[in-house]
Ligand binder design. Structure first.
Ligand code: SF4
Ligand code: SF4
Length: 423
């Protein structure tokens, strides 16, 4: 690595310094409480997957370049050179961590591994060593935001086709416009993923609830967040914020995408609209009697995987249970306290990297598989696209024989048609 590149990377490192990050960099006592907390370490047993070990890779660079003792006496505190080998270590640490923050809830100081790994990811981008596909996907999302007019017609044609499916399956709920788009003055803007599975069931439930809603032109997923690029994360997020402001909505409802929800909830700042996950919205509809659910629709035992970004990191825990209590008489928890639920092993961009990470994802999530199996359930429900893909991969790989379901699809499938609901 030449000195110019190194200087540029150190500038990026410095740009991440916040009070929280400095605290995390200064604080670890190496108490070891976090050792068993990481699903990767618990499943694979390699020291490099202990969360505190991941921190140390960042911390040694910090000591070398930002602490006087490291600069003048590098052997003390194991300060480390920022070179090509360090970049390899950073990659290994950052892209074997899903950012699930399970270790954080065990650490007595609450050290946030995801935040420390965001330094690693930014340095990888600076060294052009990040997974290229994630940057390309982020660029595509940013470009779409700049030239919406170009995509608009194709999008609207696609939505018309989806409307036919909504009407076919949920005739009584569909209303006049089964999937409204670009409705100024709608109460709720729904931000979906690219794919019928994220739009059709959601449309059915919004219509059944009599919601004044509109579908976003933009897909929820934020590849900028996966790759750890703060500028692109913000640009991708701003597309939705600007759309919500233009349409004057009161609420932005994010589909089953954990990262999209966390980014929207935590980074959108003060806005004239509130941000909700679709799980919160569905729970509200049930609570307010706006939709009725057939509790006999799913007879097999059901368990629920809490998406880390929605539950542990987003605080949406009880709402999923509330929905499930209306969906099933046979719901089984995987753990006493959902905040400590194992990660599925697919977050942090790993699922988006597809086949390249498949072997690692399967090996690193063995503890999740054991946890799911121990529940004795046959239906494995979740509320995040990444989790759903990862759990489906695990289901196939480990021949678990489960039915992996989106929670929102279960709600849609169990809707009691209005004309058959008791008055
Ligand atoms: S955030 Fe999750 S994946 Fe990363 S080190 Fe902590 S427990 Fe492991
Ligand atoms: S639990 Fe916290 S303080 Fe203890 S070793 Fe892990 S990161 Fe360090």
């Amino acid at each position: 690595m030449d000195s110019h590149t190194q200087a540029e990377l150190l500038k990026l490192f410095r740009s991440k310094f916040t009070q929280a990050i400095k605290y995390y960099l200064e604080t670890c006592t190496r108490c070891g409480t976090c050792v068993e907390a990481c699903h990767v370490y618990a499943s694979m047993g390699h020291t490099k997957y202990i969360s505190a070990y991941r921190h140390e890779i960042i911390r040694r660079l910090y000591k070398k370049y930002f602490k006087a003792r490291g600069r003048f006496w590098p052997s003390v505190g194991e300060a480390k050179e920022l070179d090509d080998l360090a970049i390899e270590d950073l990659y290994e640490a950052a892209y074997s961590c899903t950012g699930c923050r399970r270790c954080m809830v065990y650490c007595p100081f609450g050290i946030d591994t995801q935040l420390l790994m965001s330094i690693a990811k930014l340095l990888l981008i600076g060294a052009s060593a990040e997974p290229e596909i994630l940057s390309l996907l982020a660029d595509t999302s940013v470009e779409k935001g700049k030239s919406m007019e170009f995509f608009k017609e194709g999008f609207l044609t696609g939505v018309k086709q989806l409307e036919e499916e909504v009407v076919e399956k949920w005739q009584t709920e569909a209303g006049q416009t089964a999937i409204p788009v670009d409705s100024v003055g709608a109460d709720l803007l729904y931000v979906a993923l690219a794919g019928a599975h994220s739009i059709i069931p959601a449309a059915a439930v919004f219509n059944a609830a009599g919601e004044n809603w509109t579908l976003s032109f933009f897909e929820a997923v934020n590849f900028g967040a996966f790759v750890g690029d703060p500028t692109k994360t913000k640009l991708i997020l701003d597309r939705i914020i600007n759309e919500a402001l233009r349409l004057k909505v009161k609420e932005v409802c994010v589909c089953e995408c954990g990262t999209a929800y966390r980014v929207m909830k935590q980074l959108s700042g003060r806005q004239p609209f509130k941000v909700s996950s679709i799980t919160e919205v569905h729970a509200r509809y049930i609570r307010e009697g706006r939709i009725k659910i057939d509790k006999t629709r799913f007879t097999e035992p059901v368990t629920y995987h809490d998406p880390c970004q929605i539950a542990r990191n987003g605080g949406v825990i009880d709402e999923a249970r509330y929905i499930l209590s209306h969906l099933s008489n046979n719901f089984r928890e995987m753990t006493d306290d959902p905040r400590y639920n194992w990660c599925c092993g697919g977050g942090g961009g790993l699922v988006a990297l597809g086949e390249d990470t498949l072997d690692f994802r399967m090996k690193s999530a063995k503890v999740k598989v054991d946890q799911v199996k121990a529940s004795g359930a046959r239906i494995l429900s979740t509320a995040c696209e990444n989790c759903h893909t990862q759990l489906s991969n695990l289901n196939d790989h480990y021949k678990m024989g489960m039915e992996v379901q989106f929670l929102s699809s279960m709600v849609a499938d169990a809707l009691v048609p209005k004309d058959s609901a008791p008055a």
